[in-house]
Design a protein around this ligand. Sequence first.
Ligand code: GDP
Ligand code: IMO
Ligand code: MG
Length: 427
Amino acid sequence: MKADVLLGLQWGDEGKGKIVDVLTPKYDIIARFQGGPNAGHTLEFNGIKHVLRTIPSGIFHEKAVNIIGNGVVIDPVVLIAEIEALIKMGVDVKAKLLFSKKAHLILPTHRLLDAASETAKGKEKIGSTLKGIGPTYMDKTGRNGIRIGDISAANFKTKYDSLVEKHKHILHQFNYEYNLSEMEPEWFKAIEELKKYQHIESEHYINDAIKNGKAVLCEGAQGSLLDIDFGSYPFVTSSNTICAGACTGLGLAPNNIGSVYGIFKAYCTRVGSGPFPTELHDTIGDNIRNNGREFGSVTGRPRRCGWLDLPALKYAVMINGVTELMMMKADVLSELDTIKICTHYIVDGKKLDYLPYDVVTKEIAPVYTELKGWKSDLTKINVLTDLPKELFTYIEFIEKEVKTPISLVSVGPDRTQTLIRHLKAVV
Ligand code: GDP
Ligand code: IMO
Ligand code: MG
């Protein structure tokens, strides 16, 4: 059986956590393949709202094994806090959570470096979540990183000291003030806790599972437009958020990938800096932010809101080989009389139907088609055919433009507020 991949097609926060949770009963293994505690994946069920950062979103289900893959970067302090919160809720984390030995560790100094780098950038800052993500991936590719598999080795502390020494030199160059001794005790305490969990060679585990007919769902973090290669560089995160990231972040061969579920909101949001062609700076944008509770689940920052951007969506569908789309948060647009969709851009006086290389520097004027709003509450609808016809028009317009089916429509944050159209997989 091939592994399916679920990932975000926009700038993150599309609702990946909710859908992984909805799909988990049909899978044996849920595996996160990149990112780290910069992610915040929200699940709502039985009146509980829970935000996961590093732990895969299948953790609340009885059966599924959850794997943190080699492509993920782990902050032990954040992770142990996450685990403790789950244990309090009665989740048997020890039995169900496995770590790749090859996943890299976020050190306290990585967080300091993130903050120092952003401060030095001033107005040009990326708008990082300041969780140490960029510096940790830099040490990984620079071949200086420390991995989960190192924490039980005799030379772990020596490795740590040597890397911290390097970081101190850089922090000195940034002229950045810090108090490392305040951060280290909780970090080492969390490392001790981490030792109690199962550290495995997850690429073998996952490939064996696939051979034995187990169903695997790979969970992405962030979104395709934040991808280090294909996002709006440099306003991106530091990992491959796209489908290929599931291959490198878990040790999956490309021919072992089955369905690719692309999650997108019925509009767009972005948190942090960087280009956003369809951004709204008016009361409609405020209305979407308030109705959609568009405030970062990690940093609490207000998310920038705008209309759905089809050139960007088509680009993400192409890069990821999306087989099925899932549209989230249509309910948030319910108050609007008309809804705009960007079909192409005007750049340098010319029509363009894709995101250009110089998206960061060029003026990009979106061109819209306007559709009639559905003006009705969707949140209590539990039969697909009860959805208003204007919403079907919206859905079909997108499907035609993007040439990919929308298999699932989400009409609220809760597990139950999910309408399946024609999902190939399983449900
Ligand atoms: P993720 O990072 O992709 O998992 O998404 P986040 O959890 O950061 O952000 C999505 C937010 O939208 C969360 O607060 C979810 O509870 C919420 N959400 C998910 N699906 C829907 C939906 O269909 N309608 C509404 N109104 N909220 C939703
Ligand atoms: P989930 O998985 C939305 C954004 C940050 C910043 C940029 C770089 O919840 O969708 P980083 O901390 O990675 O150096 O920040 O990327 N960003 C996210 N935006 N959702 C996320 O994750 C994000 N993770 C990072 O706001 O603009
Ligand atoms: Mg999020």
